[in-house]
Design a protein around this ligand. Structure first.
Ligand code: NAP
Length: 369
């Protein structure tokens, strides 16, 4: 396993980490025994970077991670996220006010059975709270030794630049895989220039690029991929055809498809590491091999050739109702029916249905405008 330094920190992270969204139940239920075995297998195989969030399974993923690493805390670079509290009905919102963040860190420490978090990440921007307020709270927590470093997640260029004028960070956790390559435009160059680590999430596009799905695949109860547009209709069929074109190359390289995409992700300039999720120890065993080395330039070019030649519809617009609008420190804010707040263009009013890009969180300018 290769290890890299995360941004300007002294954290050395395995290029293949372990994401725990699936362990929290996002893709269907995972029993505790199986979840513990998955995390422990990852540690046995050289994965030292575990990413979780307080909201994965509404605290459950953190509790399981805490149990799994309890006797091996010193072997783990432990990353969690906060700023997304939930109400008694389990409805999540984004709230990065100082008091919320301080409470969230205390609760994460309890669930994770530790007295420090190596990397504490703001899960997504809160358009209603000034970044200064959140950054000050995090600095207070850092000085108290409760968190070692601060990271962000889902901060696109404008928000990232705005944060950098008020706070220090060592990383930004962003979506990156064969079809979601938005960060290549501005985020990767900006993070490279500012020495900010980039942690690639959903590197397998929620399992799509692990190569085991067929046109007839069905998702079980509680698996939120059933509603995800890339897993439906023509977009799904085209993705599966792309996978079939990649399969012979993976075989030629002596890799599984999951290893091909993961090694491609960690070989891209500016990416520090990938954090594939896993539900079973066997998936971890498969994924860690991707971290043995990076692809050479000509290997990357051959993969890119196939990706460029394929015409795959990238489907990620989702209709969302705006229930309330107000003004925030960086512009107009819309509260979506699902509970999350986003920055919205001026034309958006309460009651309209907008198309939200679920990868970037941006509202399409054209709909209803
Ligand atoms: N910051 C954010 O907003 C954000 C958002 C999303 C995710 N994340 C982080 O990124 C991590 C990774 O994303 P993700 O878990 O959503 O998606 P992912 O890593 O792209 O896909 C994970 C899923 O793929 C399948 N899989 C994994 N390895 C496999 C293998 N070798 N062979 C076959 N199938 C395999 C498993 O599901 P099945 O077996 O059911 O197919 C697994 O749950 C998360 O766990 C989380 O830590 C962060």
């Amino acid at each position: 396993m290769e290890y890299r330094t995360l941004g300007r920190s002294d954290l050395r992270v395995s290029v293949i980490g372990l994401g725990t969204l699936a362990i929290g139940g996002a893709y269907g239920p995972v029993g505790e025994g199986q979840a513990l075995a998955t995390i422990r297998r990852a540690l046995d195989l050289g994965v030292n970077f575990i990413d979780t969030s307080d909201n994965y399974g509404l605290g459950r993923a953190e509790e399981i991670v805490g149990k799994a690493i309890q006797s091996r805390r010193d072997q783990v670079v432990l990353a969690t996220k906060g700023g997304t509290p939930w109400d008694e009905r389990g409805r999540i919102t984004n709230d990065c006010r100082a008091g919320t963040i301080i409470e969230a860190v205390e609760a994460s420490l309890r669930r994770l059975r530790t007295d420090y978090i190596d990397l504490y990440q703001i899960h997504l921007p809160d358009p209603e709270t000034p970044f200064e307020e959140t950054a000050l709270a995090l600095e207070q927590l850092r000085k108290a030794g409760k968190i070692r470093y601060v990271g962000l997640s889902n901060f696109w260029t404008e928000e990232l630049e705005a944060w950098l004028s008020v706070g220090e960070i060592v990383s930004n956790q962003m979506p990156y895989n064969f079809l979601h390559r938005d960060i290549e435009g501005k985020i990767l160059p900006l993070c490279w220039e500012r020495k900010i680590g980039v942690i690639a999430y959903t590197p397998l596009l929620m399992g799509l690029f692990a190569g085991k799905l067929t046109p007839d695949s069905q998702f079980g109860q509680g698996d939120h991929r059933a509603a995800y547009p890339q897993f439906q209709g023509e977009a799904f069929r085209q993705s599966l055809r792309l996978i079939e074109r990649l399969r012979p190359l993976a075989e030629e390289f002596g890799l599984t498809l999951a290893q091909l995409v993961l090694r491609w992700v960690i070989s891209r300039p500016g990416v520090t590491c990938a954090i594939p999720g896993a539900k079973h120890p066997e998936q971890v065993e498969d994924n860690v091999r991707a971290g043995e080395k990076s692809f050479a330039e000509e290997e990357l070019e051959r993969i890119d050739g196939i990706l460029e030649a394929a015409s795959v519809e990238v489907s990620r617009g989702m209709p969302m109702k705006v229930v309330e609008v107000c003004s925030g420190p960086r512009g107009k804010v819309g509260l979506l029916a699902m509970g999350i707040k986003v920055g919205v263009p001026d034309w958006v009013e309460a009651g309209v249905v907008v198309q939200m890009d679920i990868v970037t969180g941006q509202i399409a300018e054209t709909d209803g405008g």
